[in-house]
Design a protein around this ligand. Structure first.
Ligand code: FAD
Length: 486
């Protein structure tokens, strides 16, 4: 009855299913986090905000466990080697972890479980990252949903108080187990430098890692939740929660967030509408985890296989267009502001993710997988399930996606969601003095107007990479192969 809890993307000591269950069932509970070389060695740069965020969150988790009489063993190696080795060294009976739905993580866990089994050590995984996992919300025919709205209705219908009870309470209080301090030889958190990484200025970006960072954001958002439905689409406003990076690394519990939204919905009144819409976003999160779990072919392939026939641009011109998109130099101000926000901070507002993704696939005709990969490398909150879901939605290749003939107009989107160009001006300073009526399509200004506001298109800011109307016609033809096959 000695258990090793393996922390991965659940960097908190409260309301943590695997930890709570270990304390309920085991007598001695050890905790470990592995900086996994298989993941870290594949990262292209030593300046990675995610690694910095994790490193600081792990430090905070270690301190929290220490205050409870335990502490964290932190290793740097391959999880497939380290976990079985530690399991033997500590003499544990089982390793507990919270379930991960990504195909590569499932393969890793299966390999670790097999290696542990060879030593007679068990491996158990728990639902923690989602409210309902893979097979819990099914259609009447017993199949996974592929359309969001009926999924959400079934999800909400199924939701009971038990699903939201904090794991500590659900597991029956503190239990009989005691957290164990790491053996001296295994104690101590390696520095970021020892892991081969450098600090990334999270403080400058006001990104606060760890449980304390999540708490501060949630306290700030609580008062704004009631207005979420009115403000969430305007990137210049502070209308959303910014909790995604914390959900990604588990420094906040999804149960706590859903419980908060649900309580506010039940209270009724003015604030209920905002909470209702936010709750729906949290259900989208579960939906995409379920899709990834049940339909793993979405990694690298269109969910709807007929869309594999779409032929994307692959010329040298497309490569140049892709580089311009990555660099925020498409000539469409809202797209450029979005891409520069991503480069500067590792965050991009949801409305802008849709606009930027649509622009890549439907204005530039570039394969959504190239955009997905770029976002994966850049986003602090990168999550395979939501990123893949968002890209396939935008490219119209996914389940319950935007219909392929519906094409965002980047200028209209800009006029609607950043009417005075406040967001654009924040990230595209060269357009600072462009009047509001031209900020969405600055190339429409005469040369005299351009010089009056100090920006010459073609010299200080790029002309548009494509003409939207012409691109739209090309896109309809490109996707026509799917229609023709129907
Ligand atoms: P809020 O608006 O406060 O929403 C709260 C939470 O709900 C989010 O933190 C997130 O966990 C969840 N959520 C909201 N919208 C979605 C959605 N459409 N799909 C799934 N979950 C959602 N989200 C990621 O977490 N990681 C990604 O890698 C990611 N890539 C995306 C790529 C594209 C092309 C698109 C269109 C969307 C992507 N999203 C991704 C979804 C969404 O844009 C972000 O979750 C959101 O912008 C995060 O900001 P927030 O925490 O302030 O969100």
């Amino acid at each position: 009855d000695s258990i090793l809890v393996w922390f991965r993307r659940d960097l908190r000591d409260d309301d943590n299913a695997a930890l709570a269950e270990a304390l309920r069932r085991g007598r001695r509970v050890h905790c470990v986090f592995i900086f996994d070389r298989d993941i870290l060695d594949a990262l292209p740069s030593p300046a990675d905000r995610r690694v910095d965020f994790i490193h600081r969150s792990v430090g905070e988790l270690d301190a929290a466990l220490l205050a409870r009489g335990g502490g964290l063993i932190v290793a740097h190696g391959r999880a497939g080697d380290e976990i079985p080795r530690l399991g033997r060294q500590l003499g544990v009976d089982a390793v507990f972890a919270n379930r991960d739905y990504e195909p590569s993580a499932k393969a890793r866990d299966a390999q670790v479980a097999a290696a542990l089994a060879a030593y007679g050590i068990g491996f158990e995984s728990f639902k923690d990252q989602v409210i309902f996992d893979g097979a819990e919300v099914l259609t009447q025919a017993g199949r996974p949903y592929t359309v969001f709205t009926p999924y959400r209705n079934a999800w909400l219908k199924r939701l009971g108080g038990d699903d939201l009870a904090p794991a500590d309470a659900a597991a029956g209080g503190a239990g009989k187990g005691a957290l164990q301090a790491p053996p001296a030889a295994l104690a101590g958190l390696p520095t970021l430098a020892a892991l081969g990484f450098v600090p990334t200025g999270l403080d400058r970006l006001a990104i606060v890692p760890g449980m304390s960072g999540a708490r501060a954001l949630l306290d700030d958002f609580r008062g704004r939740l009631g207005r979420y439905h009115e403000q969430r689409d305007y990137p210049a406003l502070r209308g959303v929660s910014y909790l995604s990076v914390h959900l990604r690394f588990g420094t906040v519990s999804i149960r706590q967030l859903v419980a908060l939204a649900q309580a506010q919905v039940r209270q009724g009144g003015d604030a209920a509408a905002g909470a209702q819409v936010w709750l729906s976003e949290l259900v989208w999160r579960d939906f995409y985890f379920m899709i990834l779990d049940q339909f793993p072919h979405v990694v690298g392939h269109a969910f709807k296989r007929e869309f594999e026939r779409v032929e994307w641009e692959s010329s040298a011109r497309a490569d140049a267009d892709f580089s311009a998109w990555c660099a925020g130099r498409t000539g469409y101000p809202l797209v450029d502001a979005a891409m520069r926000q991503l480069a500067y901070s590792g965050y991009m507002h949801n409305r802008l993710r849709m606009v930027a993704a649509s622009f890549l696939c439907k204005d530039l005709g570039i394969d959504w997988r190239r955009g997905e990969e770029f976002f994966a490398a850049q986003l602090n909150d990168f999550d395979l399930a939501a990123n893949n879901g968002g890209w396939q939605w935008s490219a119209s290749t996914g389940c319950d996606a935007q219909p392929w003939f519906r094409i965002f107009n980047p200028v209209t989107q800009s006029e609607r969601f950043d009417p005075q160009g406040r967001f654009i001006r924040r990230y595209v300073p060269e357009l600072q003095n462009v009047p509001d009526r031209h900020i969405h399509a600055p190339w429409c200004m005469s040369v005299a107007e351009q010089s009056a506001c100090g920006v010459l298109i073609g010299r200080d800011y790029p002309p548009p990479l494509v003409d939207h109307a012409a691109a739209r016609t090309r896109t309809l033809a490109r996707y026509g192969v799917v229609k023709d096959a129907d």
